[in-house]
Design a protein around this ligand. Structure first.
Ligand SMILES: *Cc1c(COP(=O)(O)O)cnc(C)c1O
Length: 381
């Protein structure tokens, strides 16, 4: 089977994990946690990093740290993982959705302003599959309406954005009031499970650190004035993170090469559409994703099944937040429609994108795709 994704763990991972065991530091008190926070935030370019147990927890922690609370509204794309909506809902806030841009598959920044109400407090752009959101229009909106921006950069470690208003390339995760990363096993660097909140604001960092640690009172032990969580990252996870971060440039180069190679191989096959890399973007191709166009006889779901028969792993796109049964039951997003998100869900899939993937394996994936598409259009005639 050609896997959809797999981590590369052949750097110093084993050495640093052994250090955890030999030193006995396995909880969140160990030294790798602060080292990972320092080195990852330094890599992205922010002042502060607060490590947490996963990316979903990072999103909730960031919203809390920015002061989002009951009845506030947070604008986000419908085309994203449920974690974004969960983060808002857990704090009593309401997710407000925007459809995707059909070229970049990111939140349609031209629609965001029309979704602002008196209750809007924040915008949560998500850099989908490692392609940066066009942030300039969001910077403009957030300053005019005094809104917070929380980047979900869980898929975009090392991706860069050219801000035309600031006239510079900026790393994803360093463009907002708070940013969130995930270090789940399939992300660009991994701690197995893990996440981080980044910010340049010391108050945000302090509040995030408090939220992840049960909101312990700094002066009076075991005395609590707020209801929080244990979202701490362990030293064992952070040891993996430190080792992985040493190789991040190498991993990003692999992903970018993989993306270019796929594009070359696939661009002449009919019915395949790509996530456009805009001039303002340096994507990291977290996952190499394609859409089968409307003329293609088969859906993404069918394609995934046919690829599986050929021992090739592929995965479907997100189901839009507006189409989630759990939210329908809660009475959310009733009667709202996001046609680009629905189409992407029906037509989109991501292909094997692991760091250990060989060119021969990519060749196999591409020729299989070509063969399946050819056969399917043959049937139609
Ligand atoms: C992976 C991911 C998350 C959640 O991260 P976990 O560590 O799995 O909780 C959040 N947002 C996006 C866009 C992701 O891809």
């Amino acid at each position: 089977m050609i896997p959809v994704n797999e981590p590369l763990l052949d750097g110093r991972e084993k050495e640093l994990l052994t250090q955890c065991i030999e030193s006995g530091w396995i909880s969140s008190e160990g030294p790798f946690v602060t080292e990972f926070e320092r080195s990852f935030s330094h890599y992205i370019g922010t002042e502060y990093g607060v490590a947490v147990c996963n990316g979903t927890a990072a999103l909730e922690t960031a919203l809390y740290a920015l002061g989002i609370r009951k009845d506030d509204e947070v604008i986000m794309p419908s085309f994203t993982i449920i974690s974004c909506a969960i983060a808002a809902l857990r704090l009593g806030a309401k997710p407000v959705l925007v459809d995707m841009d059909p070229e970049t598959w990111n939140i349609d920044v031209n629609v965001v302003e029309s979704k602002i109400t008196k209750k809007t407090r924040a915008i949560m752009p998500v850099h989908i599959y490692g392609h940066p959101v066009d942030m300039d229009p969001l910077f403009d909106i957030s300053s005019r309406y005094d809104l917070k921006i929380i980047e979900d950069a869980a898929e975009a470690h090392g991706a860069e954005y050219l801000s035309r208003t600031r006239n510079q390339w900026i790393k994803c995760g360093n463009m907002s009031d708070a940013a969130c990363f995930s270090f789940y096993a399939n992300k660009i660097i991994t701690t197995g499970e893990g996440g981080m909140v980044l910010s340049n604001d010391p108050t945000v960092a302090d509040r995030a650190a408090s939220y992840r640690d049960l909101c312990f009172n700094p002066t009076k032990r075991f005395y609590h004035t707020e209801l929080c969580y244990n979202f701490r990252m362990s030293n064992v996870q952070a040891a993996l993170g430190v080792a992985q971060l040493e190789r991040i440039e190498e991993f990003i180069a692999i992903k970018r090469t993989l993306g270019q190679y796929y594009k070359e191989k696939l661009q002449d096959i009919p019915h395949i559409r790509f996530q456009v890399e805009e001039p303002y973007a340096k994507t990291v191709h977290w996952m190499y994703a394609i859409e089968l166009d409307e003329e293609c006889e088969i859906s993404a779901e069918t394609m995934i099944g046919l690829l599986k028969e050929r021992h090739i792993g592929a995965r479907p796109f997100f189901v839009g937040l507006h189409a989630q049964p759990v939210f329908a039951r809660m009475g959310l997003f009733k009667g709202e429609s996001y046609p680009n998100t629905d189409r992407a869900h029906e037509r989109g899939l991501y292909l094997p994108s692991g760091l250990a993937l060989t060119t021969e394996q990519i060749d196999t994936v591409c020729s299989s795709l070509q063969d399946i598409i050819k056969r399917s259009s043959g049937h139609a005639r």
